[in-house]
Design a protein around this ligand. Structure first.
Ligand SMILES: [Zn+2]
Length: 239
């Protein structure tokens, strides 16, 4: 059976069990400068920023990033997820170690936190209760068309030593994380050779104008069969 692939992280003090197939990441500290901030949830772009960040969490995210560099595991990116003042998830870039292009710090921190908060996901009929899949009402003023969603990582913040790429930012939306604190900017990231800033611009373009060739609505009727299966499933758990 495959166990946690992050032995070094566990040695550093991981509290979570090394669940099969789930990766755990770990930590201690280093220092950085002022953190950037992005507030999510239902606020408009001009609304108030997130609550003041805590430097120690950015230090931990940065420590993870430096560890990845020093061990040759990946790029200089680390992330921690915080709930009620405690770190519940850690991630670091391990693209070089794994050869997996999406092995980014933020995504793996989200998987780590989810594994910890959601130990019985999809197991048994009560899988929603007490897990991150538990349904909660939509926020006041939310544009969401449905009355409730799964909790996911609502109530959590993520600290990242560098600006999130669009994939990770999207993962943060899916996770319903409330606040993002990042240190280095997209420009800083471009300056050390990582080119993801263009993706934000590309997403705003029509499908036909993007850098990657996209065949829109190819065999739509075929794909829709899976959607029908979902809608026909009487006991489906929405999220
Ligand atoms: Zn990313």
């Amino acid at each position: 059976m495959k166990t946690c692939s992050c032995k070094a992280a566990h040695e550093a003090g991981c509290e979570a069990p090394a669940a099969p197939g789930r990766r755990k990441f770990l930590a201690t500290a280093v220092a950085t400068g002022a953190a950037g901030m992005i507030g999510l949830s239902a606020r408009s772009a001009n609304a108030a920023p997130p609550p003041p960040g805590d430097k120690k969490f950015m230090e931990e995210a940065t420590r993870l990033a430096i560890e990845s560099v020093e061990k040759g595991w990946g790029g200089p990116f680390g992330a921690v997820i915080v709930k009620d003042g405690e770190i519940i998830g850690r991630g670091q870039n391990r693209v070089l170690l794994t050869g997996i292009p999406v092995f980014h710090a933020e995504v793996t921190a989200i998987m780590d936190a989810s594994a910890r908060l959601n130990p019985k996901a999809l197991l048994g009929s009560d899988y929603g209760a007490g897990t991150i899949l538990e349904m909660i009402p939509r926020e006041q003023g939310s544009p969401d068309p449905v009355p409730e969603r799964a909790r996911m990582l609502k109530g959590c913040s993520i600290y990242i030593n560098g600006a999130p790429c669009p994939m990770c930012m999207s993962a943060i939306y899916w996770s319903r994380i409330d606040n993002v604190y990042f240190a280095a900017s997209l420009k800083d990231t471009s300056a050390i050779g990582f080119d993801d800033a263009f993706q934000y611009e590309d997403f705003a373009k029509p499908w036909a104008d993007r850098r990657i060739k996209v065949a829109e609505n190819f065999e739509r009727e075929t794909g829709l069969k899976a959607y029908e299966a979902w809608m026909n499933k009487k006991d489906r758990h929405p999220y």
